[in-house]
Write a protein that binds this ligand. Sequence first.
Ligand SMILES: NC(=O)c1ccc[n+]([C@@H]2O[C@H](COP(=O)([O-])OP(=O)(O)OC[C@H]3O[C@@H](n4cnc5c(N)ncnc54)[C@H](O)[C@@H]3O)[C@@H](O)[C@H]2O)c1
Length: 307
Amino acid sequence: MNILVTGGAGFIGSHIVDQLIAKGHQVIIIDNLVTGQTDLINPQAVFYQEDITNAEQVNKIIQQHQIEVICHQAAQLDVRKSVQDPQYDAQVNIIGTINLFEAAHKNGVKKVVFASSGGAIYGDTDMLPTPETHPTDPISPYGIAKLVMEKYAHYYKTIYNIDYTALRYSNVYGPRQNTQGEAGVIALFISKMLQNQQCYINGDGNNTRDFVYVQDVVEANIQAILGDLSGSYNIATATQTNINQIFDILHQLTSTTITRQNREAKLGEQQHSCLSYDKIHQAINWQPQTNLQQGLLQTVEYFKSRG
Ligand SMILES: NC(=O)c1ccc[n+]([C@@H]2O[C@H](COP(=O)([O-])OP(=O)(O)OC[C@H]3O[C@@H](n4cnc5c(N)ncnc54)[C@H](O)[C@@H]3O)[C@@H](O)[C@H]2O)c1
């Protein structure tokens, strides 16, 4: 199958590309390398350094390669940046996505699988683990954009019969994660700890997140791309882990000598986030395969091997 992966030079996208190529598919990548890295690009993929906001180029690539399925991972994913510059966030996350759907319907693409965000679209909730039926009240432009993407997907399915799967990830971690972004507390801590540099916990560290390992996220994407899963699904572990626990496990795994230090909490930071994965489990039997201890160990090994 001819598959376009946007963001295929990034953390999650590059792992998806590798899996698709290992299964014998022809993979085309569009990535502008704003956070992606050339050394993550699978050499067997066809790579375009291009921006998804460039509608003409996006259409040309999809037409030229007779794309059958689009796996859309490219995004502006910094929540704070979305607050500072909502126009830029919307340009990439909303207009960029519309460009893909428009090119999809003009060129007979059958399906679009894309990365949504469970952490960002439900907003603050005391219903934990949060199911997909929970009201969506995003409290950031990033979360609004992810929700709008799902609405456009529904529109293109209804009007043009383009199938879609929206995968609402919780907090993804694992090898290749960028250490710069705010999504990557685990990558950030590991990289600091391996250099014995101080890292800080924002607030008291009792806030919790639902950390899902990247290979489990990749598996959900592969099943959505190759199978007939339609609609919106959480991809998560339904388990809450607080930041102090993360710090302590990584402290042990990296053998760092730094000590735990806290600093002022970030304004507007969500206290708890945890998603139910019952819906996708019932639909295709997906469930996370990697527990936190194993996943963190593999992530630490990866960062160690990079020196
Ligand atoms: N990492 C997480 O915890 C998490 C959680 C929820 C949702 N997501 C979503 O998963 C997807 C992948 O995120 P990731 O963690 O791999 O981040 P990442 O930054 O590693 O990957 C994003 C990729 O998109 C590319 N990109 C950004 N803007 C682009 C543009 N305008 N045109 C073309 N390429 C562009 C970047 O260069 C990068 O390679 C994103 O859609 C993100 O919103 C991630």
